[in-house]
Design a protein around this ligand. Structure first.
Ligand code: AMP
Ligand code: FE
Ligand code: FE
Ligand code: ZN
Length: 287
């Protein structure tokens, strides 16, 4: 059996490759299956699924939702979503509307700082998909206001920086609800970004999310230390949660992480997909 990658971004959000390109790339790399998990949108899934059918490669329609949380950040993955589900799409449209209100405010803040940037330039940098802060960073870099993508975030775009504008987020309960309604399997993404204070705090938190419909934890992730992987795996096993993994590939040029392998250390067996399917079938039969 081959290897998989269950956390990938395409041009539908802030990735570099189109959905069809990422599917071909995954096949070239010898992977057996991937999930497309763009931020707050399923717009890349259809193209990815069609390409998968065309070339004979397994593509799982997914998403990565940002949920309300502090002081860190909470992302929730959804796998095997019914991407045409009306309630899911209504919730995602709401998020798009919130983004559409936020983006011009970021432009305005940058303009007030004396930076010559227009919304049109940012839209052009987005490759036609959803517009987000990484696209602002690309324009700032292109126009030489910063020397690196990271500097754009650090000086202007990250939380608390000069041109930061907060984004509407659903609560975990709301996000888990619409993922489950759309027949998706919900998994807590990269728990190391939650800013939890130790194992027992994380344990309580995960327990609460389980009550809201959480089915798994993204245990394997390039930014998790060996200690964290062991900790998250223990937690998942203890509560009968799925353990999933992925690289969060956005394009190699962004952070040096490659599909399937991350920095070379990742090797995720196909059995993870089988486990996901088993949980999905079980919850479907319980509906
Ligand atoms: P947005 O959805 O517009 O809020 O943009 C979020 C995306 O920006 C994330 O998915 C990351 O790809 C990127 N991002 C967020 N914070 C940072 C940061 N501090 N440094 C670099 N990239 C970041
Ligand atoms: Fe991203
Ligand atoms: Fe994430
Ligand atoms: Zn991601």
């Amino acid at each position: 059996m081959g290897y998989i990658d269950l956390h990938l971004h395409t041009t539908a959000s802030d990735g570099v490759l189109r959905p069809s390109e990422i599917v071909r790339y995954a096949k070239e790399k010898g992977l057996q299956a991937i999930a497309i998990t763009d931020h707050d949108t399923v717009d890349g899934c259809e193209e990815g699924l069609l390409e998968g059918e065309k070339i004979g490669f397994e593509v799982i329609p997914g998403i990565e939702i940002s949920a309300e949380h502090s002081p860190g950040s909470m992302h929730i993955l959804g796998f095997f979503l019914d991407i045409h589900h009306p309630f899911l799409n209504e919730r995602l449209e709401y998020l798009q509307k919130a983004r559409a209100e936020r983006n011009p405010k970021i432009v305005e803040k940058l303009n007030r700082l004396g930076i010559d940037i227009t919304f049109k330039e940012v839209v052009e940098a987005s490759g036609g998909g959803q517009v987000g802060r990484p696209h602002f960073a690309n324009v700032l870099l292109e126009k030489k206001y910063v020397r690196s993508f990271q500097e754009a975030f650090d000086r202007f775009l990250k939380k608390g920086a000069l041109a930061y504008v907060d984004k509407f987020r659903f609560t975990s309960k709301e996000a888990l609800h619409f993922i489950n309604e759309a027949k998706g399997v919900a998994v807590l993404a990269h728990p190391n970004t939650l800013g939890m204070n130790g194992y027992s705090e994380l344990e309580k938190f995960v327990h609460k999310l389980m009550g809201e419909g959480l089915k798994g934890i993204e245990v394997y992730y390039p930014e998790h230390s060996a200690v964290e992987v062991a900790q998250f795996k223990t937690l998942a096993d203890r509560y009968g949660l799925l353990s999933t993994g992925g690289t969060d590939y956005h394009g190699m040029e962004k952070n040096g992480l490659d599909i399937g392998v991350g920095r070379g250390e990742m090797k995720l067996p196909y059995s993870i997909v089988e486990n996901l399917k088993a949980v999905r079938n079980r919850s479907l039969s319980e509906r």
